[in-house]
Ligand binder design. Structure first.
Ligand SMILES: [Zn+2]
Length: 416
């Protein structure tokens, strides 16, 4: 297998950069993007499963340096029951919660730690609201490479519990994601404090090579049965959205796709700087007020321009959804399809429902939601439900309590 990587170049001015560059273009501040040779068709087979099936379209890593837990090739399932409920005949869900640590970030962590090994780095470093921290910590443990994680101080206990199991050096930082400048200052301070140890893999706010790990989601969808007309993507930083865009563009260039799905950027109301910028037709994303949304992984008040490029380049749009709509989406996809997704992932479902209702997408169109994480990631919002479950105080009281439950459900069904 021949690797197709050519160079890391500024998408704006075309200047070349070394492959381990983690910043923007020094000359024009443009984002850097990896270029690949796209002649010679697209592979449909390969010995490896998961994202490494597509290794020739990723930055070069020798096989012995690949750090993998079996990430990628997550289920892509039709959600006919939920689709019928919201009035859309053809609805699909990509279940990224099925990745090894429970979120789509595993794809990038696998690539990032493999590159760290390939480049003989001693330590990795990330700043995260939770899912990236878990993924990087897990893959670092597997790679035997030291890991330091800056985490926001209000991350849910369910996420922190998982991260601590992997034993990274973990530091909570108050107001870490308060603004882009706060995040950048935190990253800089950390690098200054431990310069020789943490010398690789600075994830936030943007890592130009790791975006390519998210391309593999586009590849998997294209190799499957159904490329949707619309693809709804929860957005915080926008790496996932941009990676999908890059993947679909490459597929079109290789003759695997006639047209790109329209990419829809989804955020929570109260934390939607990108959606507002798109709606105003801006080329940059102004900061907004401090974020408030039940979608914890999407709680941002700043953004970048590259997701705008992805949305515009496909004829998509941006849409915000309320806490109530998000929680309803999370509950209904579980109730009607058996899918327990992270509350932040449910923004995509809420957005599809809303887009159908207000006529932003046609009822005979096909749509898909990237469900970025598992429901086990962040279950605080529904933990209160446990106290509402009826209790049989003794074995002998089971029939009485059970009939009361079934009668109540029958009544509810009649009303609905
Ligand atoms: Zn440039």
């Amino acid at each position: 297998m021949v690797n197709r990587f050519e160079s890391l170049v500024c998408a704006n001015c075309g200047r070349n950069y070394p492959t381990d560059t983690h910043s923007r273009c020094a000359k024009c501040n443009g984002i850097l993007s990896a270029h690949y040779r796209l002649d010679g068709g697209f592979p449909t087979g390969g010995a490896q499963r998961g994202i490494w099936q597509f290794a020739e379209f990723l930055p070069p890593v020798r096989e012995q340096n690949i750090v993998s837990l079996g990430e990628g090739w997550t289920p892509y399932v039709k959600a006919a029951n939920y689709g019928r409920k919201i009035g859309l005949g053809n609805l699909w869900c990509k279940l990224e919660g099925c990745n090894p640590t429970g979120s789509f970030k595993d794809r990038a962590a696998s690539l990032g730690l493999s590159l760290a090994r390939e480049w003989r780095k001693r330590g990795v470093f990330t700043a995260s609201s939770g899912n990236a921290a878990a993924a990087v910590s897990a893959y670092s443990a597997r790679a035997g490479i030291r890991c330091l994680v800056l985490i926001r101080d209000d991350s849910p206990a369910s996420k922190l519990s998982q991260i601590t199991m992997y034993s990274p050096v973990l530091l909570r930082v108050r107001n870490l994601f308060e603004s882009r400048s706060a995040l950048e200052a935190a990253i800089e301070q950390t690098q200054l404090a431990v310069p020789d140890w943490l010398n690789h893999f600075i994830w936030a706010p943007f890592n130009p090579l790791l975006v390519d790990a998210f391309k593999t989601i586009a590849y998997e969808i294209a190799l499957g049965r159904e490329v949707p007309d619309y693809l709804f993507v929860p957005v915080a930083g926008g790496d996932l959205l941009f990676g999908l865009y890059k993947g679909f563009q490459e597929l079109r260039e290789m003759g695997r796709l006639d047209s790109l799905p329209k990419l829809v950027a989804v955020q929570g109301e109260g934390a939607d700087p990108l959606v507002r910028a798109i709606e105003k037709g801006l080329d940059t994303v102004p900061d907004t007020e401090p974020p408030h949304t039940v979608a914890g992984a999407l709680s941002v008040n700043f953004g970048a321009e590259y997701p705008i490029v992805a949305v515009r380049g496909t004829g998509g749009f941006g849409i915000s959804v309320s806490d109530e709509e998000i929680l309803r989406g999370q509950r209904e996809i579980a109730r009607h399809e058996g899918i327990f997704c992270e509350v932040s992932s449910a923004t995509a479902l809420a957005a599809i429902s809303k887009a159908v209702k207000v006529g932003r997408i046609e009822r005979d169109a096909s749509a898909a939601a990237i469900l970025t994480g598992s429901g086990f990631k962040d279950y605080y919002p529904i933990v209160s439900e446990a106290s509402k479950i009826p209790l049989a105080e003794s074995v002998s009281s089971i029939p009485r309590v059970l009939h009361a439950i079934l009668d109540a459900r029958a009544d509810a069904a009649r009303i609905n």
